[in-house]
Design a protein around this ligand. Structure first.
Ligand SMILES: Nc1ncnc2c1ncn2[C@@H]1O[C@H](COP(=O)(O)OP(=O)(O)OP(=O)(O)O)[C@@H](O)[C@H]1O
Ligand SMILES: [Mg+2]
Length: 208
């Protein structure tokens, strides 16, 4: 499905898309959070970008691990440790590999979800990034099982993530800063679920 070079390309696209959407993500964080999600993510991915040349020739596990470490140290807030752990666990799932197939990709996504849950102790339905991640991973698994191509199963994942974002508009936040606004969080989509969807779209952008 991909080799180191393509992983580096994907991460560059992630940084670009997060940069383009920094204001949008921050605006989403205004009514239910503290108005910083896009700023946080953009700062983190710019650091990742800066450090990419140093890991370009490393294996995929090491590239993902370094990405996670950069996110932990620069994003801050809740999303820094959460996404950082997700990328570090994803890296550990494919440690030493220079090429990965669809099954490895599922391992990466499972490890990412596991990392977010290990850190954040949230479940589906709490208005977090997990409301996009969990359905996306389920859709990707289904697609892989059905023998779909990466372009097809990634498109399925993006669609499920987008539905997850819509779902976050209908529920009350019970984790993170958004939980402080209680019922007033209804009607607002979750910034983290939205940024995850953008990251998955960044991967899908390189498969069509
Ligand atoms: N326990 C958690 N598990 C999973 N995701 C979470 C959790 N807590 C917060 N998030 C995600 O982090 C996003 C907010 O990220 P941000 O960069 O704004 O950090 P923050 O300002 O510290 O916010 P918060 O205090 O809401 O966590 C939320 O939209 C949500 O998706
Ligand atoms: Mg915030």
């Amino acid at each position: 499905m991909t080799d180191n070079k393509k992983v580096v390309e994907i991460i560059k696209v992630m940084a670009e898309i997060i940069h383009e959407n920094a204001q949008f993500l921050t605006d989403l964080d205004a009514p239910i959070g503290d108005n910083d999600h896009g700023i946080n993510m953009d700062r983190g991915f710019q650091k990742v970008l800066e450090d990419l040349p140093g890991v370009e020739n490393s294996d995929i596990g090491a590239i993902l691990k370094k990405t996670g470490m950069d996110l932990v140290s620069t994003v801050g807030g809740s999303s820094g440790p959460l996404y950082g752990t997700a990328f570090m666990k994803a890296g550990a799932a494919v440690a030493g590999k220079n090429e990965i197939d669809a099954d490895d990709f599922i391992d990466i996504m499972d490890a990412a979800v596991g990392g977010v849950q290990l850190r954040g102790k949230a479940e589906k339905g709490e208005k977090t990034m997990l409301d996009a991640m969990i359905p996306a991973v389920e859709a990707i698994k289904k697609g892989v099982d059905a023998g779909k191509t990466p372009a097809e199963f990634l498109a399925d994942g993006v669609e499920a993530a987008k539905e997850g974002v819509e779902y976050t508009k209908t529920i009350i936040a019970t984790k993170g800063r958004a939980s402080y606004v209680g019922e007033r969080s209804i009607g607002h989509q979750d910034p983290g679920a939205t940024s995850f969807t953008l990251l998955l779209e960044s991967i899908a952008a390189l498969y069509n």
